[in-house]
Design a protein around this ligand. Sequence first.
Ligand SMILES: Nc1ncnc2c1ncn2[C@@H]1O[C@H](COP(=O)(O)OP(=O)(O)OP(=O)(O)O)[C@@H](O)[C@H]1O
Length: 291
Amino acid sequence: MITWPPVVVKAIETRTEQFRHDPDRALIGSGGYTADDEAIVHDAAVALALGKNVLLKGPTGSGKTRLAETLSALFGQPMHSINCSVDLDAEALLGFKTIVHQNGQAVIEYVPGPVIQAMTKGHLLYIDEINMAKPETLPILNGVLDYRRRLTNPLTGEVVQAKPTFGVIAAVNEGYIGTVPLNEALKNRFVVIDVPYVQGATLKSVLLAQTTVTDEALIDRFVALSADLLTQVRNGQIAEEAASVRALLDACDLAAYMPPLRAIERSIVDKLDDERERAAVRNIAETWFEE
Ligand SMILES: Nc1ncnc2c1ncn2[C@@H]1O[C@H](COP(=O)(O)OP(=O)(O)OP(=O)(O)O)[C@@H](O)[C@H]1O
């Protein structure tokens, strides 16, 4: 159980009340992030309550999105999402103009994008894969992340000032062996929270909660497999996605219907390109599961 400091308790109470009847309530996260270290959730919540931008840093499938959803659920605050590797242009962030017909007349209407919506409604904004943002997108994001919380919307010419509860959570796939580094000026605007793969008893509880497998002995072997895979990742022997919790959840789910080694082949091995890495994962899996 996390003991929340008063600043978080107050933010939870006021925001839960503020967004109780919000038309975007469907955008409130579902929660469910389980931490090895409670400081992860605690510190991220404190930073958000203080109006700071939070950067979740961790390898693929480590629960960053799940953690953002959990923070949204904690504060009872709707969250709008953008993915910088998909939502590449300004339109995807800020919105677009369209022609609508009103009383037989064609009028141009502005449809606000997720950044503008989150700012004007005081919601949370989740920016996934922020390190993949294109150089031309960065000025928009810099303005939003700035302490002034203000931007000039090029589509309307309006200066948009964010409501006080507006908060930004960003995520970057920066793992144990490093990926695309984040631009320093951008990183500087965040409080950074590391989100590593959970292990041991925490991983077991995640697998029990999110897969259909109920056989604890089988789950224990998957947890042991994960620990071994992670050691090999840290040694630089295999790619880090091989130790992804997401891939492990897939393997567990499949293992309810097929031999575990086949489930591991489909969920983990077949995602790796390098034959040496594939063999390494197979070898580790064979120490825990029989043909
Ligand atoms: N600590 C955790 N607690 C609860 N669920 C977790 C945890 N870690 C991983 N998961 C589960 O693993 C899957 C992947 O998690 P999620 O999508 O949040 O990862 P991510 O870090 O955002 O991945 P990516 O960087 O690829 O976008 C989800 O099904 C999520 O529920």
